[in-house]
Design a protein around this ligand. Structure first.
Ligand SMILES: Cc1cc2nc3c(=O)[nH]c(=O)nc-3n(C[C@H](O)[C@H](O)[C@H](O)COP(=O)(O)OP(=O)(O)OC[C@H]3O[C@@H](n4cnc5c(N)ncnc54)[C@H](O)[C@@H]3O)c2cc1C
Length: 457
């Protein structure tokens, strides 16, 4: 008899796995390294955007969606090069997941329809009021507290795992230097990726290695090390989510909704340098390549008001990082760019705004409406948010070895596992960080509990 049925290493998206497994009757232990995880991990830092293809909220809004459509969007964004079994499983479970989060984890899920996320052919990105991951994680943590069958060990770091008869033996290290071994049937590695490991980032992600890292300091690649001890395969290690709109002053996300409503990005010379609507992830490397590796996000009062639905934007606003000008000349003078350059960009954007058949010189055709005075600007820098590649898993989140055989009892989710964004930064679709974090944890728990019921663990 093992101490527990499932050890979940990491209390970010992993909490969804803990909750699901316990609801299905498993004895679960969550081991979390960071005592401030509720405000410190990536799930808590996110904008709480979770795709669900075919959900009841979409049906209520008259949106026709399906896993196949979602898969089509993933294939288009990654140019067909992505972890297909994982994407199929996640697209297939995505609607069930957001409904379960609402019904069984207490999240007040809603479907924002106030703007369009780049790359999603329909509105399928669900969220919660406030649109912030700290709220999402708080709901999950509260549900875990109320669920019988789950213990939490915080702070404790899973530093090793090895086979022990039919089960696994997990080594937990404590801040005082002590260690403990816990026997378990299965382990879910939900420790995120390697974004905080500068050596690995320089090796695998050189194009973004100099940018700010804006994710959990505990994302040091522990799952890669633990998986290696089992001969696990790894894939798409060069995949990452970047973001082009971190406020240089507030060090908080401005959110790309500003662009999707019609804002644009200029360099220090007052000129634009690309089509911002391709996606915020790949635009991070584009911004990183500009002189000074920074720019200004320019928008107007209408967009300013619409963006207040995002807690992060409100934080940026309250930090004093926004600049405002009653005219284009005044804004240009305030932010120190040539007034004629800014005026030329406003004129070009106005000329194509509101008519998606027209394109600007970069091919952008989405500007919603011409920008009108008063105008706003916020200084932005590129950032690395998290890595997307990792341990190769199947559609049940089982870690596979180099010959694609499942390693008994070992699961991975979120940044620990291979994602569904292909290579580099350009394959990332909004929500495809949290979906593997919550969705693979959910699938792992479901699979683990089903095997418990069959008594084969
Ligand atoms: C600012 C920001 C905004 C984002 N917005 C979105 C969004 O709206 N939608 C979206 O899909 N994605 C978004 N992402 C990405 C998303 O947050 C991540 O993809 C996702 O949260 C990763 O979840 P995770 O469970 O893998 O990692 P985390 O949430 O970071 O959880 C991992 C946990 O493991 C702990 N840990 C690490 N090592 C160990 C160990 N050895 N033992 C025990 N515990 C350990 C860590 O302390 C941490 O608590 C955003 C990311 C950032 C930074």
């Amino acid at each position: 008899m093992t101490d527990v049925d499932l050890v979940v290493a990491g209390a970010g998206g992993g909490l969804a796995g803990a909750l699901r497994a316990a609801q299905l009757g498993a004895r679960v232990l969550v081991v979390e390294a960071n005592e401030n995880y509720l405000r410190g991990n990536n799930t808590s830092m996110s904008t709480a955007m979770i795709p669900g293809a075919g959900s009841r909220w979409q049906r209520a809004a008259g949106i026709d969606d399906s896993p196949e459509k979602f898969l089509g969007d993933i294939a288009a964004k990654t140019h067909g090069d992505f972890a297909k079994p994982v994407a199929e499983a996640l697209a297939g479970v995505s609607a069930e997941l957001v409904e379960w989060l609402d019904d069984h984890a207490g999240l007040p899920i809603e479907l924002p329809t106030d703007f369009h996320y780049p790359g999603h052919c329909v509105q399928r990105v669900h969220s919660i009021p406030g649109r912030h991951g700290s709220g999402l994680l708080r709901y999950l943590a509260d549900a875990v507290t109320q669920q019988s069958g789950i213990d939490m060990l915080v702070p404790g770091r899973v530093t090793a795992t090895r086979r022990d008869g039919n089960g696994l033996l997990v080594t937990v290290s404590y801040p005082d230097g002590g260690t403990e071994e816990i026997s378990t049937g299965s382990v879910l590695l939900a420790t995120n990726g390697y974004g905080a490991n500068r050596e690995l980032v320089a090796e695998h992600l050189p194009e973004i290695a100099e940018a700010d890292y804006h994710g959990s300091e505990y994302s040091t690649g522990d799952a890669l090390r633990i998986g290696a001890d089992f001969g696990a395969a790894i894939s798409y290690l060069d995949a990452y989510q970047g973001h082009a709109a971190l406020s240089a002053e507030a060090r908080t996300l401005v959110t790309w909704t500003v662009v999707m409503h019609g804002g644009f990005v200029i360099g220090m010379d007052g000129r634009r340098f690309g089509d911002e609507t391709t996606g915020y992830s790949e635009y991070a490397a584009v911004l990183a390549a500009q002189p000074g590796a920074s720019g200004w996000l320019v928008y107007d009062e209408r967009i300013h008001q619409a963006s207040k639905a995002f807690g992060d934007y409100v934080d940026v606003m309250e930090s004093g990082a926004l600049r405002r000008g009653e005219s284009a000349e005044e804004l240009a003078a305030t932010i120190g760019v040539p007034a004629d350059a800014l005026a030329a960009e406003l004129a070009e954007a106005s000329a194509v705004a509101g008519d998606e058949r027209q394109r600007d010189r970069f091919g952008r055709n989405r500007f919603e409406q011409p920008l009108t005075t008063p105008l706003y600007a916020v200084r932005i820098v590129p950032a690395l948010f998290h890595t997307q590649g990792g341990l190769t898993v199947d559609g049940h989140a089982r870690v596979l070895d180099t010959e694609t055989r499942p390693i008994p009892g070992l699961y991975a989710s979120g940044g620990s596992a291979v994602g569904i964004s292909g290579h580099g930064a350009a394959g990332y679709l909004a929500g495809n960080g949290l979906l593997p974090a919550l969705g693979l944890a959910y699938l792992a728990a479901t699979h683990c509990a089903a095997h418990l019921q069959k008594g084969d663990q």
